[in-house]
Design a protein around this ligand. Structure first.
Ligand code: FAD
Length: 389
């Protein structure tokens, strides 16, 4: 057997979480540049099923890392929250931009490479064994040993599985369809609006249907999807968990879109559970492998922000030669990111357990008569809009 290649840190997964973690770590510890390796199973530009909404919070993360991502994007200045015939809206210039993840992640990976960081693509982690003095990793191409491994390999994380951490609990389900639109016929396009339609809640879905205008290869499209957080295992209703495809079919039908004419793609999101385990000795989890937002399924920004906490705890680990990472969970919860995710998790738990039509329509009626209160609640408390932070 050939000798294992040695690195101080190996990051498994080159999505926003893994790439941002590499940037945070090497900003804090520049000596790590040649001691850190990212292993990515796919090759850029790699496909990623996503709504593509980069919120203003995501832009903040990029600015913090001094990264500019110039890819085709549709700017969103208004968000409409719908429930049947009720609706309320929040307006904010550049509240969000809708990108294609293939392009966004490839640009982020290029920015990482431009800073001299090493990423091996087309290489998949197969196995991982933690020893007292390091971690052995077996990939599709060879064997490595590392002081620290960062699991940034998404909602179906192999790192997570190899650590015997729970893999099925805390998983949200999402479906997406990309449908071409005629700009002239679409108010959402003309008014730069993203729509979050919660009507499917009444069918047992704990989430919403989204319509995000976007560009695909220069053509106008609508990124449409459905998100079911499944955060409440026993919703307060006689209904079981909603049949997702059925609810999405009904939502698309209302929009005059025939589901059978478009490719339906699905991918899970792991949601943030403040009580979960996020680390084991020598191994840290980040992004979807650790948990993101269960209220809206916002993950790009949070995935990047995890990197800030990782840089703190890794710096301390090298300084004290203590790789237990016992404090990681607490540090996440104390950080702005962890506090924000904790709030969204609490709100999601409280809201999505209710499926009584009266409860939801009362909420929407209240929202319609007090837009300022709603803007404050959605914008400030839940970090969706910048105005009140
Ligand atoms: C349908 C859908 C819509 C969404 N819409 C939005 C949205 O509009 N806005 C938003 O902010 N968030 C959205 N999200 C959430 C967002 O996509 C994720 O939270 C985000 O991608 C998390 O980034 P990550 O780097 O943790 O994981 P990923 O982006 O999944 O990256 C993980 C990487 O690890 C690699 N990998 C996996 N296994 C291995 C292995 N064994 N070895 C090596 N590499 C491996 C993968 O190839 C991948 O590149 C959506 C999610 C879904 C499913």
């Amino acid at each position: 057997m050939t000798q294992a290649e040695r690195r101080k840190i190996i990051i498994v997964g080159g999505g926003p979480a893994g790439l941002a973690a590499a940037l945070h770590l090497t900003r804090r510890m520049p000596w790590l540049v040649d001691e850190l390796l990212i292993i990515e199973a796919a090759a850029y530009p790699r496909q990623k099923v996503c709504g593509g909404g980069v919120t203003f919070h995501g832009e903040e993360q990029l600015r913090d890392l001094n990264i500019e991502i110039n890819v085709p994007a549709f700017p969103v200045h208004k968000m409409i929250f719908r429930l049947g015939s009720h609706a309320f809206s929040a307006t904010c210039a550049d509240a969000m931009r809708i990108i294609q993840r293939e392009e966004f992640d490839a640009a982020l990976a290029k920015a990482v490479a431009d800073r001299g960081l090493h990423c091996r693509t087309g290489e998949r982690l197969i196995d991982l064994v933690v020893h007292e003095d390091g971690v052995t990793l077996v990939t599709s191409r060879g064997t490595y040993s590392a002081d620290i491994v960062i699991g940034a390999d998404g909602a179906n994380s192999v790192v997570r599985r190899k650590l015997n951490l729970p893999t099925t609990a805390g998983i949200a389900r999402l479906l997406r369809a990309m449908t071409p639109v005629d700009q002239a016929q679409s108010t959402a396009w003309q008014e730069h609006t993203a729509i979050f339609d919660f009507s499917c809640i009444l069918q047992g879905v704990q989430g919403y249907v989204w319509d995000f205008p976007c560009y695909v290869g220069g053509q106008s499209f609508m990124n449409r999807g459905i998100f079911d957080s499944r955060i409440e295992p026993q919703p307060r209703t006689s209904k079981q968990h909603g049949a997702l495809k059925q609810a999405f079919t009904a939502g698309l039908h209302e929009r005059n879109v025939d589901i059978d004419s478009f490719q339906l793609e699905g991918h899970p999101v792991r949601w943030f559970n403040p009580r979960a385990e996020f680390a084991r000795p020598r191994v840290l989890l980040t992004g979807d492998a650790a948990g993101v937002d269960p209220l809206f399924a916002e993950g790009i920004s949070y995935a990047m922000e995890y990197g800030a906490v990782i840089a703190d705890v890794v710096d301390e680990a090298f300084a004290h030669r203590d790789f237990s990472f016992r404090s990681y969970r607490e540090r996440l919860l104390q950080h702005r990111m962890g506090r924000s995710l904790k709030r969204r998790t609490a709100v999601a738990r409280h809201l999505y357990r209710h499926q009584w039509p009266q409860f939801w329509s009362t909420l929407w009626q209240l929202a319609a008569i007090s837009p300022a209160v709603v803007k404050h609640a959605v914008g400030s408390s839940l970090d969706v809009l910048p105005a009140f932070r």
